[in-house]
Design a protein around this ligand. Structure first.
Ligand SMILES: C[S@@+](CC[C@H](N)C(=O)[O-])C[C@H]1O[C@@H](n2cnc3c(N)ncnc32)[C@H](O)[C@@H]1O
Length: 237
């Protein structure tokens, strides 16, 4: 199992700043919009409720942050945090004209490996497609554990290499033959070629559970979704 990346944080930050202009379009086209269902599942499984103070870390263009803001209602607060400023600019622009306004969202430029938040601060947290991208997974989980209140949960959505060889071959074909060519059309070949190696290095669901428990969480469950091509890791402090 590899929990440290060959890429530096600066490499990852640069990739996500560069893909910001096409990120939403690719997500919607490549998943036929289904990513919204998986993102809503992560919000629901984080246990966030009305009036809560929540964190969406590695928020990117803020889809999950928006869903979380709807979940906590007008009395709650959500922080969408990411270290790529171009992604945060998109996220803020996307909610500017939403009605009713989502004014309980605060966008914060922050590193998931060194969160600028107090201990025991959040009632719930989410992370969508972020854990695979951080350069030090154990440190990221330790930071999430630190900022969550006792008994609070984080729901972590990401790609996953399926156990079934057939489904794994389908996933590989999909990434090589659909995702990378589509990204190439938009001038982002190198940026999306990064997806496959990041998935090869990413711990399996069982390994993620062990890492969660090692980080200090009292309960850890990995739920495979989309025939195991994705998964949601739910950790309880
Ligand atoms: C694949 S995008 C996911 C965006 C969004 N959560 C979603 O589900 O659409 C991954 C995001 O993680 C961010 N990221 C990666 N490493 C990070 C770190 N160490 N600290 C903060 N953000 C990070 C990137 O800038 C990028 O916006």
């Amino acid at each position: 199992m590899t929990t440290k990346s060959n890429y530096t944080s600066t490499d990852i930050q640069a990739i996500f700043n560069r893909i910001a202009p096409v990120y939403d379009r690719l997500n919607n086209d490549l998943s036929l919009g289904i990513h919204w269902i998986w993102k809503q599942m992560a919000v629901s499984w984080s246990g966030a409720k009305s009036g809560d103070t929540c964190l969406d870390i590695c928020c990117g263009s803020g889809d999950i942050t928006q869903l979380m803001a709807k979940q906590v209602g007008t009395t709650g607060t959500v922080i969408g945090a990411d270290f790529a400023p171009a992604q945060l600019e998109n996220a803020a622009a996307k909610i500017a004209n939403i009605y009713p306004p989502l004014d309980r969202i605060n966008w914060v430029e922050a590193d998931a490996l060194n969160l600028p938040f107090a201990d025991n601060y959040f009632d719930a947290a989410t992370m969508g497609y972020g854990l695979r991208n951080v350069t030090d997974i154990p440190l990221c989980l330790a930071e999430l554990h630190r900022v969550l209140k006792a008994d609070a949960k984080v729901a972590i959505l990401d790609f996953h290499r399926p156990g079934s060889r057939l489904v794994r071959r389908f996933q590989q074909w999909y990434l090589d033959s659909i995702v990378v060519p589509k990204a190439t059309q938009l001038g982002m070949t190198n940026e999306y070629a990064y997806l496959n190696p990041s998935l090869d290095r990413f711990p399996t669901g069982a390994e993620q559970v062990k890492l969660g428990l090692t980080a200090g969480f009292s309960r850890a469950t990995h739920y495979p979704i989309a025939s195991g091509m994705m998964g949601i890791l739910v950790l309880t402090k």
